[in-house]
Structures are given as C-alpha cells and as structure tokens.
Design a protein around this ligand. Sequence first.
Ligand code: MN
Length: 717
Amino acid sequence: MAKRFFSPSPEKAIKTVCDGRLASYLSQPAIDEIIKAFRFAEQAHRGQTRRTGEHYIHHPIEVADTLAELKMDSRSIIAALLHDVIEDTPASKADIIEQFGDDVGLLVDGVSKIGQIKFDSKEQAEAENFRKMLLAMSEDVRVIIIKLADRLHNMRTLDVMRPDKQKRISRQTLDIYAPIAERLGLYHWSRELQDLCLRYLYPARHKAISNALAQREGNRKLVVEKLRKSLQETLSNASLEEFSVKGRRKTVYSIYKKMRKKRKSFEELHDIYGFRIIVPKPDDCYRVLGIIHNAYKPIPGRFADYIAIPKANGYQSLHTVVFGPLGGNIEVQIRTTEMDHIAEAGVAAHWVYKSESSTPESSTHLARQWLLDLLDPAQQSGNPVEFLEHLKTDLYPDEVYVFTPRGDIKKLPRGATALDFAYAVHSDVGTHCTGARINRELVSLPTQLHNGDSVEIITSKSSWPTAAWLKYAVTAKARTHIRNFLKNQTREDALKLGKRLLAAATKQRLFGRRRITKKNQAELLEQLGLDSWQQLLAEIGLGHRLPDMVARQIAMIKDQDLQPDQEVKLPALEIKGSEGLLLTYSRCCCPVPGDRIVGILTAGHGLVVHTTDCPNISELSKHPEKVLLIEWGEGLSQHFNAKLQVRLTHEAGAFAQVATIIAENESNITHVDMHDGPDNIRHLDFTIDVRDRVHLAAVLKGIRRQPSVVKVWRHKG
Ligand code: MN
C-alpha cells in the first residue's frame, strides 16, 4: 500500500516493463506498438484515478506486466493495456480496431463483455456453469488469460475496498476465476488468487495458518536444505552437471483446504516435502530418475511417466515418491526447462514455444484445443496429437450458456434457438411463445442463441405450436412437446372434420331416415373392426377412410336404398378457417377466398384445398370419391398465399417499385425468386399474402401500372 503513494509516473512505469520483461523476448517494432497502445490508453483514462489515488493507467500497466511474465504475445500485451478502455472511456471497439487491428479489438471487446456479466454465486452447479460459459464465450482463450491477469491485480489491490465489497469480490474470485486459472494450467495465479481470497473471506483463519506456517518455516527450511544437499550430492556424484533443484512450499489455502477435508488441526498435518529437478534434455530426466531411485527407495505405485505419455493438455514431467533420507516421503518431479515453462504457464505457453515456427492463428488454434479438452474431460484420449486431430473438424464446444431474465443460467446445445429456450424455461412458456427479446432486442423464435445472451420470452394465450416449429427446435424437450401438442391437436381436428364430412356424406346418400342409432354404430364398427365411433370419425378426418364409402355401408346396415348417384345434389362443405391442421391449402395453385375450390381427401393429411382449375386436379380426379365440393365460408380473417409472376425491364429500381406497390396494398412478400431471361427481361416469382381475390386483383392492378412492368399474372400450378 505504502509504495502506491510513491508510484512512478506512467511514462516511467511503462518504460520499466518494456526495458525489463518485454525486451527479453519481443522485437523492437512489437515494443513500439505496445508503447503506442500505452499512449492511447493513457490518453483515454486521463483524469481517472484508482482508489489508491494514482493514475488509472497503472492498473492496465500492471496487468500487461503480469502477462509479460508469462511471455504472452504482443497482441495480448496491447489488449491488456487497453482492456478497460471500451467500458470506462469514450473510446469504442471501432477506434481500437482502427488503431490496432481486428484481433486486438476482439480481445478487448471479449474482456469487456465478461466484465459486463453480473454474477453472484448461488450454488456450486451455477458456478460450474458460469465457468463453462466464460470459457465457451471466449473464442480466443487469450481473452480469459487477460481477464485473469486483470482479476489478479484487482485482488492484489483489494485492500482499498470496503470490507463488504472485498468479501463479495473474493467469493466470486474463489468460485469462478481461481478454478479457471487452475484448469488453464496457470497454477501460480490460481494459488495466489486462492490465498488472497482466503485472506479477505476468513481473515482470522488466514492469519492463524500463516503464523503457524511461518513458525514451521524455520524447521522446514532446515529439512529442505538438508534434502536438497543430499539430492544435489547424489546427482553430482553421478556426473550430471547441469541441473537445478527447487523446493516447493505449501500455500495457506492448500493447508486450509486439507484441514477442512481431513478435519485435522494444523499440527496433525504431516508435511510432505516436494522437490522439482530441472534438466536440459528429456534423456536427462530418465537418468535423474534412475539415480534417485538408486539412492532412495521408491514408493510402489506412485511413479508416473508423463513424458512418454503427456497429459492431454500437453503437460510433461516424471513424477515419483521416495522414502526420504530423514524419514517421511518426498515427492519428486523431474522435467526439462521447456516442460517446466509449459507446466508453469499452462495454456499461455502456446504463445511462446510455438511463436517461432507458427502463426498466431495456429497458436490460438492449439490453445483452443486445450480449452476444448478442459471443457470435456470425457473426450480425453491418451494421445494428445490424436486428440487434436479428432477435434479439428469441430472447433467449438457443443453447448451454449445463456441467462434468464432473473439471471439464472440455462445450458442448451449449440444451435439452440429462442424457441428451445422457451421450452427450457417451462413447457407452458414454450406452447404459448410468440417471440423473444435477446439482449433486449426483439427477435423471432428461430433466432439462434449465443453464449452470454440474456433471453426473455414473449407469450400469448392465443398462440399455439405449428408444424413449422419442428424445423427450428433442436432440443429433445422442445421437439417432444411440439410433437405431442400437434398429435393431440391433429386428433381433435380430425374428429371435428370427420364428423362434418360424414354428416355431409350421409345427408347426400341416405333417404329420409338419416339418423344413425347406437345399434347401427355398433354393427358398423364391428364390420370395420374398429373400437369406437370416435376412432371412425378420426380416420375419416385424417383421410384414411372415404366418407361416401362409410355412408354407403351405413345405408346397407339400415337396409335402406341408396340415393342414386345422378339424383344426388351435392351440398358443399363450407370452409370456416378454423379447421385446424387437417385442412390445408395446396401450394401448387394457392387458392384464395373467391376462387372456385375443391377438397381432395389425402391419407394422413385430411382435406387439401385446390382451385377447380388447378392443373394438378385432373390427375387427382381419377378418384372422384376423394374429391369433395367445398366453398368458402363468411368472415374468414386470415391471409392466404398467392403466387405472382412478373416480367420486368432491366431498369434501376424496378424491383423496388414492385415491392413498394405490394407493401402499399397492405400485402406482404413471403418469398421471391429472381432470374434474368432472354431479351433483357427480368423474371420475378413472388409469393405474397392476400385476404381474397378482390385484394389480389388490386395488387395485380397496381403492379401492372408500373412503367417497367412488361407483364404480370397470377400463377397456378
Ligand atoms: Mn481492469
């Protein structure tokens, strides 16, 4: 804290970072670009101060320096300097892209987006989902690494916050960010984050453990030093020249966790000493292992060779546990310098060791694979190279995480739409949904969801599923509910339609005594092998049985003469517009109210309405028993599709004129096809919706009047 009052000028601070860590691995042009980013950020944040009283720019500089420690690429360093610019200053993403390129723009935007998400941990599962969402949200894992460095610096300077804020931020860090750091292999960061969190969440316990650790530290140092010497001697005697031995110490948090898990006091915890031996070449690792196993007795079952078989994330090392020369067990890790860097820098190492030979894209790609692996441990295979090959075709995780209006997280499969989300909330919400708001913007139900979206569903009591919904519902839950609804609805519609069709047929076929008694019904059902009258009506409605045939059978049962065909005056079935799923309008001729129409009974689809002059009718009327005369009822309120063909001259704006005329006549274009014909004539095929023939005629008339229109007509068939 005290040193904050003497913090250097921003210029000096950035110079220290550039001349220090950055100069050790970046070229001068890269460093020049970083200084340019510093100036941009310094300008943007000017006038803003941190709670410590210093210029705000010191925070991004510290974040950049933390990344430099990992030897992150220059784009990440630039993005780190700019990471708070979009959220806290007037500068926009577009400004950043213009100055520093698309990739930096995406990185800064990604970090800002994570910052905007409001998260308060409620339960363990929620935290797990949130972690997954963060990982999945960031197509580029550098976004996460920058965010972690940002959080690390905020945690390091948390002292200046109010205690309640300290606790809230620490809780979030412990639940979300520390585990992510751990999973990315950034163990240094996760350990530091955990210790800091413990300090603010449980100050007393943190203090007690660190005091006890400090007391024991004296002892520990002696023991470790003795062991180190002993190891060193053993290795030197075996004429291994180049190596280093590091002791590892426990963190306050790891001891706190162990005490809780094992329900033991500090004194009861036996210290296990850990050493790491670093050598130049992989061969040396095995030599060292041989020497150690020769000198100290290995514990059976504790040896692991992650050099021959690396962990899926690329981690390589030899692990073994031996009985120490002073009693007690010693954990030993043996690895090369390069392996050690990968182990320490985790996912970030991919920007260092790959940067010489490969492009930034391929590093990103590799790191992305790393992430995928973390997201789905079930897919881990023994061979990481093979594993990466497998995943090349499918770069993205197969889940999306979105928010409900209350801030709960829902997990859906990738490709899921607003409709799927509606069913995920509740089946009733699904059944009655009409649209959605994604991030407060009004969208239609087929709209696909993205990670981090906040989704609100709009419902209406008078809205119901249609068969088209099956085209854009991907979750099993939504599809099952929609199918069941359609099935039940179809059955209801089939009953109603069947009843009307049979009534019309009996009226037509039977003399005077048209009433069908219970006894007649029972006899007919037995003949047909059906269980119930409802079933018979449904089968007629669905088009599986012809109403006229059933009427004849009833006549026979009643021992009644049939009305001779020629004397039958056909009463037309009236269309009311409320027939539901089993009355459809054919897509070939597109009948509209006012057209002369017939209904064709089609097995499984009920009644399909065609115009009497539809070219497809002649084929269909080879089965006259399937053709029913129908007519339009009064007061139909819905709109009907009609097809138009237009021939236009090639004039600028000609198409727009036609579209305008259609709109001015209160019609909508639902589909349009366009291609160029011979003689410089453009062909347009429209599908529009209209109320009836009169409405359609008005549209046609309007189009015909356009000077660019050569010809327009309604198309059937
Ligand atoms: Mn920040």
